[in-house]
Design a protein around this ligand. Sequence first.
Ligand SMILES: Nc1nc2c(c(=O)[nH]1)N[C@H]1C(S)=C(S)[C@@H](COP(=O)(O)O)O[C@H]1N2
Ligand SMILES: [Mo]
Length: 322
Amino acid sequence: MLIKKSNDIPSSEITPKPAFLNRRKFITGAAATGAAIAAGLYLRGMDGNEAEAAGTKLAGIAKSPFSVTEQPTSFKDITNYNNYYEFSTDKYEPNGLAANFRTRPWTVSIEGLVRKPKKIDIDTIMKLAPLEERIYRHRCVEGWSMVIPWVGYPLSNLLKQAEPLGHAKFVAFETIFAPDQMPNQKRDVLQWPYIEGLRMDEAMHPLTILVLGLYDEVLPNVDGAPLRLAVPWKYGFKSIKAIVKIKFVENMPPTTWNIMAADEYGFYSNVNPTVDHPRWSQATERRIGEGIFAHKHPTLMFNGYGDQVASLYSGMDLRKNF
Ligand SMILES: Nc1nc2c(c(=O)[nH]1)N[C@H]1C(S)=C(S)[C@@H](COP(=O)(O)O)O[C@H]1N2
Ligand SMILES: [Mo]
């Protein structure tokens, strides 16, 4: 995965990018933010349907006992320092480029090894289960982290709608393919559409949530609207954005980053400070918002969620199953 050179990252942290990524020009955070604000206002003004627009307040959000107590990262940082390769491989550009992304109409297909295949509209999904605030640690495989107040509910609520069959062992997820809206989908940046997968017990785990909001608002486009996963004990790339397809399968499904670099990104991708990335250490992390001179934080096994998830991997060699 790319670590972008910018004024925010000391040169000591910069790692050569994989050869398949083309060099691209850098646009400052300020320029990207200005474009985002302008485009966002335009969207809301033209749209006329407040209920679906990013920025709309969400009502009736319950607090969750699964939240961590660390200080949440600012809304500004969560929406301006992003990995969203469909829009850009730069961290500051996706906000502006995603501002006009269309999240309605939006349907999610749930298919494969299920008793009841379903196509469910996003507005039905929004109301399927009570919305909770889940303040989760978010650890990118590149070595930075945030604390994010997601709004959503356990993914299991959606998955159960389709009544998965007994021989379904994995769940495969797919991002929308919309090259007219996502500029990098016209280019060979990654293999499109972005795909991810979880083992059945991981997908059904109460910590795995379907994210529909951020802070007390509808999920911003740049964070994966209208719906994305948050799987907090795994590296960030497992938390796929803008999902349109969920398929129950028998065998371990292919995943985008594993296809791109199998020796660097495994299927499990559990946060593990004792297994380094081939090109950098995973022992510590930089908390976004604390500034580049702040002390790094030690990375925690399973990102600190070990009490709840370690048992899923008992007996597995986590060095092999990275
Ligand atoms: N479709 C899609 N999903 C994606 C990505 C992406 O490029 N495309 N990036 C991943 C990576 S590497 C991370 S760290 C998180 C970033 O989520 P955030 O921008 O909301 O912090 O999204 C993940 N999901
Ligand atoms: Mo990431």
